[in-house]
Design a protein. Structure first.
Length: 292
């Protein structure tokens, strides 16, 4: 049973990792918490459902979720952040909260408030290894997460876009002197963040074979905890903290009861904030994001 729960925890943690990265991209570059990401995650899940039930392939579903969420994220940046870029940090954060509520209401009116179920024929088979049963969709969730994290790491560390993102995060004024467009980089950060949130939404939807307009709230809060635990601007921190929190949550439910799982997750987050506020893999000053 322990091995089975570990597999389940890693699968759940993979989704937390992607969503935590989505939060940390905007946090690391702009220094704000984009509260609309949780609903971009939800919208991505619905778009993925629509593609899958149209008998299209899973890669197409993931691509659709990423593209749709990235496009909406670009709108949020243009309307909800750019006009407020010189306002106090709390102002654009509240703007993203407004967009979050709007997106949730749109989803409720379009798809209804009841859970949308994925038909059994789309659930895939299971692979049995000794006493452990691994679903094909679980392997897909973990595989897609690893691939997207590797791609994101490559973009940030090895490409001109990544260098521009890191330059702006380090010092906005110096980056501008070097010819980096702050507006372009801000839009890029929002769209990359939205794409990761959309992918995570598709993955969690197929993992649970169901989705509701409210799925982003709980999982979004857990992803924020993962971001804090790993380090608010650390890609590899999220990759470590995501499975860690996923395993902790699943084991708590299995052996302690579902009523204390949130106590364990958020208790761990508070402990990190108290004793290592830069996160597990964050260095001193590593998470001091600069506004664009």
């Amino acid at each position: 049973m322990l091995l089975q729960q570990l597999v389940n925890g890693v699968t759940l943690g993979a989704v937390y990792t992607l969503l935590a990265l989505s939060f940390s991209i905007v946090m690391g570059i702009l220094g704000i918490l984009n509260l609309a990401i949780a609903e971009l995650f939800m919208i991505g899940g619905y778009l993925g459902f629509a593609v899958i039930t149209a008998n299209l392939s899973l890669p197409v579903a993931v691509a659709a979720g990423m593209a749709g969420a990235a496009a909406i994220s670009a709108v949020i940046e243009k309307i909800g952040y750019e006009p407020l870029r010189d306002a106090p940090l709390v102002t654009p954060m509240l703007s993203t909260l407004g967009f979050s509520i709007i997106l949730q209401n749109i989803a409720t009116n379009v798809w209804g408030s009841d859970p949308l179920q994925l038909p059994d024929e789309y659930l895939g088979g299971r692979i049995t290894l000794g006493s452990v049963s691994i679903g094909e969709l679980q392997l897909i969730v973990i595989g897609v997460t690893v691939a997207l994290v590797a791609i994101m790491a490559y973009i940030v560390q090895r490409t001109s876009i990544g260098r521009a993102l890191r330059a702006v995060a380090e010092n906005r004024d110096v980056a501008r002197l070097l010819g980096v467009s702050g507006s372009r980089i801000t839009l890029t950060a929002f769209m990359m963040s939205g794409a990761l949130a959309g992918a995570a939404g598709v993955l969690i939807a197929i993992h649970y074979a169901a989705i509701t307009p409210y799925v982003g709230v709980e999982i979004g809060l857990k992803a924020i905890a993962v971001m804090v635990i790993g380090g608010t601007s650390q890609i590899w921190g999220a990759l470590l903290a995501g499975p860690l929190i996923g395993i902790a949550e699943v084991l708590t439910v299995a052996y302690g009861g579902s009523q204390i799982r949130d106590f364990v997750v958020y208790g761990f987050m508070i402990a990190i904030l108290l004793f290592r506020p830069q996160g597990l893999l964050g260095g001193s000053g590593a998470d001091q994001g600069q506004r664009v």
